[in-house]
Design a protein around this ligand. Structure first.
Ligand code: ADP
Ligand code: MG
Length: 483
């Protein structure tokens, strides 16, 4: 089912393209040796290059180049053997040089793709390009009633701008795109994906059109800082454009900002054109040339990526595509799952990890890296169920105790005496007692009231504190009552 917006005059389709700024994981900045640590004292990590002192020359950081290539390979993209750094000129207090060094007509990475994992299947979204650029500083306006302050710690930090084709068609797809991109960046280790700290910032380009018509005029919503806000901003903006068009107006191509408190987008400035920036190649930097051996070397360092891992989990552990998609989204949960599932039932492992473990972690507000139950311990619990030591029902209780105490399943089972009763003598005795105490019900059952069987099962389980093996109880009860 395609996502549409119901207007007063019929339905509208949504067209979205995302531009994501991802901060490169690197100790030093893109063109200087200054530190990139987050949260330092303002202006304590600023080199003369970052402050644009006259005569200072930028020097490209080779590690950042490698990170961009690695990301490109993670996006199944073309790596351009020659790319060029340009000056993008504009005036702003937090941009001391009066220009940003970026890449324009010849970016380091060309066309690639991202596969979205959606509830009803997968969809491929085109990547237009990835280029390297330097971040600007930060203006602080709200700390003093009459003055603004500039912090240049962020000035010169390496960013990758990753641009998608206008292939996305709903807020949900846009959300899935950001999550999948973030997952790939984390797998390859090139961006930590932390949206709250601004390591990943999303600009959403949104337009609406009648089904199958030409693309409409788009608005660009700047710097949205959570997946939820990206989805909300797009939905709000699309509805706003539909209202404008249906009232006979035209959508102005402009840059807007999202106000999360009011849940709306507001105009920021008219959209600038490329010529407004007077791009030209930076004369202080040579074109960047990469040789095939370098690219091959970077390729050899790539880990197994989420899509490949997902296919392998489906194949080797017999998981549904949905479960596999959830488990591989983060490397840590994929590794955890694999350690539990190895040599065991993949389905059982997936159920425990995605159900009980994720549920408990979520409730406790913890990350999988901080789980009190290790993969080995969860595996131990599953083994106790498989070999009949405990029932599946009591296993839930054991898991909760494991999560609280961090202890092994076997210890908890032994201490609390939760072993399943598989001794048929003990179960037969419990059955005899239940039958003895319920002669009237036995007569009703034998008279044809089949539904009472469940009542007897319940009574026997109660008499054995839930520890009797349910299958044995069923078999023995049938024999006693029917035989
Ligand atoms: P600019 O560099 O001016 O921002 P681009 O052509 O590079 O413009 O496009 C930027 C983003 O806008 C891309 O992600 C692209 O997919 C998206 N986009 C382009 N046209 C549309 C449209 N009509 N509706 C929605 N998104 C669009
Ligand atoms: Mg843009």
């Amino acid at each position: 089912m395609a996502y549409v917006i119901e207007g007063a005059t019929g339905t509208w389709e949504l067209v979205i393209g995302l531009e994501v700024h991802a901060q490169v994981i690197s100790k030093a900045k893109l063109f200087s040796g200054a530190s990139t640590d987050f949260g330092a004292t303002p202006n304590s990590q600023v080199s003369l290059v970052d402050a644009a002192m006259p005569g200072m020359l930028p020097v490209i950081n080779g590690h950042c180049v490698e990170q961009a290539v690695k990301t490109g390979l993670g996006l199944a993209a073309e790596i351009n053997r020659v790319s060029v750094f340009d000056r993008k000129n504009y005036f702003y207090p937090d941009l001391p040089a009066g220009y940003q060094i970026s890449q324009y007509s010849q970016p380091i990475v060309g066309k690639g793709r991202i596969i979205l994992d959606l509830p009803d299947g997968t969809r491929e979204i085109g990547i237009t390009r990835l280029h390297l650029e330097m971040d600007a500083g930060k203006s602080l306006h709200d700390q003093h009633p009459t003055a603004s302050f500039i912090d240049l710690n962020r000035a010169g930090v390496a960013l990758m701008e990753i641009v998608s084709e206008p292939d996305l068609r709903s807020p949900e797809e846009a959300g899935a795109y950001v999550r999948k991109l973030r997952s790939i960046l984390r797998y390859v280790g090139t961006c930590d994906g932390n949206m709250e700290e601004g390591s990943l910032r999303v600009d959403a380009n949104v337009s609406v059109r009648r089904a199958g018509a030409q693309y409409g005029t788009r608005c660009e919503i700047k710097n949205v800082n959570s997946v939820r806000f990206v989805m909300r901003a797009i939905e709000y903006e699309a509805k706003r454009q539909v209202a404008v068009l249906e009232a006979g107006g035209t959508v102005a191509q402009e840059t807007r900002l999202y106000d999360a408190n009011r849940g709306e987008t507001r105009p920021m400035r008219a959209k600038e054109e490329a010529h407004d920036y007077r791009y030209f190649p930076d004369p202080d930097l040579l074109p960047l040339e990469l040789d095939a051996a370098f690219i091959a070397r970077v390729k050899a360092t790539l880990p197994e990526l989420p899509d490949a891992k997902k296919e392998r989990f489906i194949r080797d552990f017999k998981l549904s595509p949905y479960d596999a998609g959830v488990l591989v989204a983060e490397q840590a949960s994929a590794d955890y799952f694999e350690a539990v599932a190895r040599g065991r039932s993949g389905k059982a492992a997936a159920n425990w990890v995605m159900g009980d473990l994720f549920g408990a972690l979520n409730k406790a507000g913890r990350d999988i890296a901080e789980t009190p139950v290790s993969a080995t311990q969860l595996g131990g619990l599953i083994d106790l169920i498989e070999d009949g030591t405990i029932s599946g029902r009591l296993a839930k209780e054991v898991f909760e105790a494991m999560f609280e105490t961090g202890r092994d399943a076997a210890q908890i089972v032994a201490e609390r005496g939760l072993q399943q009763v598989t001794d048929s003598g003990a179960i037969a005795a419990a059955i005899a007692a239940v039958i003895g105490a319920n002669a009237d019900k036995v007569a009703e059952y034998r008279g044809g009231k089949d539904k009472l069987f469940g009542f007897f099962v319940g009574q026997v389980m109660k008499a054995t504190a839930g520890k009797a093996n349910p299958k044995l109880v069923n078999d023995l009860l049938r024999k006693k009552l029917d035989g």
